[in-house]
Design a protein around this ligand. Structure first.
Ligand code: AFP
Length: 281
């Protein structure tokens, strides 16, 4: 089994377990994560599960998570950067959450150009895992259930552009983005759910845009480069779409620390070009 196979296998096994047991951890309260955000019990629980499984692999040399301040040294091998339960504030209302895994062939901080693979798991009405790897030509999707994974074909971004998931309130985003958002809201159907994985999944299915821009509350954007923006850019670019921080691919963003944030836009290339034309100057 290759190193990447062993990592994908460990994520699949753990995600199956998370999917089956999430309800037992949905309500309880936790502490605060290194980005100052409220952690709930489920975040810490999922982090421990993924850590126990992944840190044990020969293929993994370093484990860095949204839920811990520093990296954990596990020996030689790839660096795992993980958001174990993305969108966990959605649990309260029983809306979807996800897991994002970046597999870097370098110690962090590192740009997304060091990624050799990325995985996103969506815990929705059913659980799916989407995998992009440097040693595969296509992005693969799997259905996870009963402890197993079932191949569900390949993922390619459609040419159609249908949905728009754009974070931030009106008046809290830049004027340039506000003006483009007005145009896009006339062309696309606004659908924003508050969990990046779920919002990106609908873009991958129907085409369109997901974005978390700079806002008054989050001047650098809310999403973290290592755990969210770069791995998801790796997946969407491999599936034929594009990504930008406003001026460059999210894979080129150079984070200055483990928990660095960036403006994040992911979707059809044509819309990504329009964002860069609006925000790039
Ligand atoms: P939580 O994991 O704290 O729920 O944050 C999720 C997230 O990082 C990302 O998945 C969402 O796109 C974004 O935050 C939602 O943020 P808003 O609540 O500000 O829209």
């Amino acid at each position: 089994m290759s190193s990447l196979d062993s990592i994908v296998g460990a994520v699949q096994t753990t995600a199956n377990y998370v999917s089956e047991n999430l309800a037992s951890h949905a309500g309880a309260e936790g502490g605060t994560n290194p980005s100052g955000e409220e952690q709930i019990d489920a975040d810490v629980w999922a982090d421990k599960l993924f850590f126990d499984k992944l840190s044990d692999l020969d293929a993994v040399g370093e484990y860095v998570t949204e839920e811990r301040e520093t990296a954990v040294d596990c020996g030689d091998g790839y660096t795992i950067a993980i958001d174990p339960l993305d969108g966990s504030s959605n649990l309260r209302s029983n809306n979807p959450v996800g897991t994002i895994v970046g597999i870097y062939d370098a110690p962090l901080p590192a740009s997304g150009r060091e990624l050799v693979g990325a995985i996103m798991v969506l815990y929705g009405p059913y659980t799916t895992m989407t995998v992009a790897r440097e040693d595969r030509d296509s992005v693969l999707r799997f259905l996870l259930r009963d402890g197993f994974s079932e191949g569900w074909g390949t993922v390619e971004l459609p040419d159609d552009q249908v949905v728009l998931g754009l974070a931030g309130k009106r008046g809290q985003r830049s004027e340039a983005l506000e003006s483009l958002a007005n145009e896009l809201e006339r062309e696309l159907k606004p659908r924003y759910g508050g969990a990046t994985i779920a919002d990106l999944s609908q873009v991958m299915e129907y085409g369109g845009l997901f974005g978390y821009p700079a806002t008054d509350g989050y001047p650098d954007g809310k999403l973290r480069v290592h755990f969210e923006s770069a791995p998801l850019a790796y997946i969407i670019e491999a599936a034929g779409g594009g990504s930008t921080d406003g001026t460059q691919s999210l894979l080129d963003v150079e984070p200055d620390g483990y928990h660095a944030r960036t403006q994040t836009f992911l979707g059809n290339e044509e819309i990504i070009d329009r964002i860069e034309a609006s925000l790039g100057n």
